[in-house]
Design a protein around this ligand. Structure first.
Ligand SMILES: [Zn+2]
Length: 136
């Protein structure tokens, strides 16, 4: 029973990170590397929500700024701020003010034009909290 529990946990973690982050917010919504139909986008949105890395909108918005202004103060994962900051520290601190200044200059309207992204943004905290309390 314990082995099945751990294997299930590893599988859910893999799905939430690989589907929910790498394939969804990263390749689909940030880079527009491919197109996906609504059922696939909904599946990716659910996996991303399980991943617990904030909303698709927030993830893609930050990621676009990261690529556009890599290794500057506008980059939320600026490698010049050190190893710890790049891997973990950036999640614990507010971005540099330059991040917000540059982020405002990018057009992110395509993200909210996607109803899957829009409704996840609108109900993210309700859905993600329900998942936490239900043991998901
Ligand atoms: Zn990228």
């Amino acid at each position: 029973m314990t082995t099945i529990f751990y294997l299930t946990a590893v599988l859910l973690h893999y799905i939430s990170i690989e589907l929910g982050v790498s394939i969804g917010p990263h390749r689909l919504w940030s880079h527009r590397s491919y197109k996906a139909r609504t059922p696939a986008r909904i599946l990716l949105m659910i996996a991303q929500t399980l991943g617990g890395q904030f909303t698709i909108y927030a993830w893609a918005w930050k990621h676009r700024v990261h690529h556009k202004w890599s290794d500057t103060d506008a980059d939320p994962h600026n490698t010049l701020r050190g190893f710890f900051f790049v891997h973990i520290g950036w999640t614990m601190r507010q971005p540099h003010p330059e991040f917000y200044a540059k982020a405002r200059t990018l057009d992110h309207s395509d993200l909210m034009a996607d109803p899957v992204v829009y409704y996840q943004e609108k109900y993210y905290y309700i859905v993600s909290s329900a998942g936490k309390f239900s043991g998901i």
